[in-house]
Design a protein around this ligand. Structure first.
Ligand code: ADE
Length: 327
């Protein structure tokens, strides 16, 4: 049939209950537009009583499919929510919630190493303790307001494109609102960042490539690239700028990572997390309080010296925070 789908698995309304072995044959048609309703399980059954056996065979399939789609969608939403870095404001602290087992995401668990780059570990297989830390590729902006960690009031332009403050921006705004950071400290930071010279941006540091003079076996020549890393250590964690090869362009980009020692992270009730491997989809918390608010300024400063673009963005964000917090 060209414009309709013929389904022969539903029976019309019966005048009496069906007995054992009794069968009724009938045909039932889905008109244009009804197919979607059928798939969504919204079919109006008031005029037809399904024969259970046949209904399960054909009509049950779309329902099972629908249930599977719902379950998958639910799982997808739960996963997206789990991976989110959430920021909440407590009476005396800005609390950050981080996923512990999103090993391919922005927050990774690493074991400390002497050269400072750290070794990634499988969080559910290793007892996480003093030797471990979370390496968080913190963000400060987004192109939309679709995240709970966005601050729509912090809106700025980058090369003509509108950006909204995100993560670090929200943490700093909330820290100013709580009085953990003063507006004077922000003004001083803006002034300091204005003075950074182009040659001082870490992104402009030279990358050394050592090429060995001897040709290696089979005609291959070895070369070693040395990528610089800059670390500011505080008693409560450290912030790193790592130069990395750009993924879609020539040159290097400065990546900023906030490193939080595992012995400083908390459980949902705010108590210190005990050593142990990560539970399935475990989240941990880190509090910025009066004791470590200066660490937030170090993170801002890291962006400000990482590249010209970050410097400009961060100064705009701090300016907006001063306007917003003053209201
Ligand atoms: N842009 C936004 N967040 C960044 C980060 N952590 N490192 C480098 N560039 C970024």
């Amino acid at each position: 049939m060209k414009n309709g789908l013929k389904i022969e698995s539903l029976t019309p309304a019966l005048p009496h209950p069906m007995g054992k072995g009794e069968t009724v044959s009938a045909s039932w048609q889905v008109r244009d537009g009804q197919l979607l309703n059928t798939l969504l399980g919204k079919t109006n059954f008031s005029r037809a009583v399904p024969s259970l056996v046949k209904w399960e065979r054909v009509g049950g399939f779309p329902l099972i499919l629908f249930a599977l789609i719902c379950l998958t969608f639910n799982g997808f939403c739960a996963d997206t929510e789990y991976k989110l870095v959430r920021i909440e404001t407590l009476t005396n602290a800005v609390r950050v919630r981080l996923p512990l087992t999103d090993v391919t995401g922005k927050v990774r668990v690493k074991e400390k190493s002497s050269e400072g780059f750290g070794r990634p570990v499988a969080p559910s297989k290793v007892s996480l303790g003093k030797k471990h830390y979370l390496e968080w590729q913190i963000g400060y902006d987004l192109t939309n307001t679709n995240s709970p960690s966005v601050v729509p009031e912090i809106r700025f332009l980058r090369n003509g494109e509108t950006k909204y403050g995100h993560e670090l921006s929200k943490m700093v705004l909330e820290a100013v609102r709580l009085g953990l950071i003063s507006t004077n400290q922000l003004v001083r930071e803006i002034e300091a960042l204005k003075k950074v010279q182009p040659s001082e941006f870490e992104e402009n540091q030279t990358v050394q490539v050592e090429i060995s003079t001897n040709n290696a076996a089979d005609g291959f020549q070895s070369a070693i690239q040395r990528l610089p890393q800059f670390t500011k250590t505080t008693p409560h964690g450290w912030v790193q700028i790592q130069l990395k090869q750009k993924q879609r362009a020539v040159g290097y980009q400065a990546m900023v990572y906030v490193c939080l020692p595992m012995n400083e992270v908390l459980t949902p009730d705010g108590s210190p997390r005990k050593s142990g491997s990560a539970r399935f989809k475990e989240t941990v918390y880190y509090d910025f309080t009066r004791a470590n608010a200066a660490f937030l300024l170090d993170i801002i400063h890291a962006f400000g010296i990482a590249s010209q673009q970050h410097n400009e963005d961060v100064r705009k964000i701090l300016g907006k925070i001063l306007e917003t917090a003053g209201r």
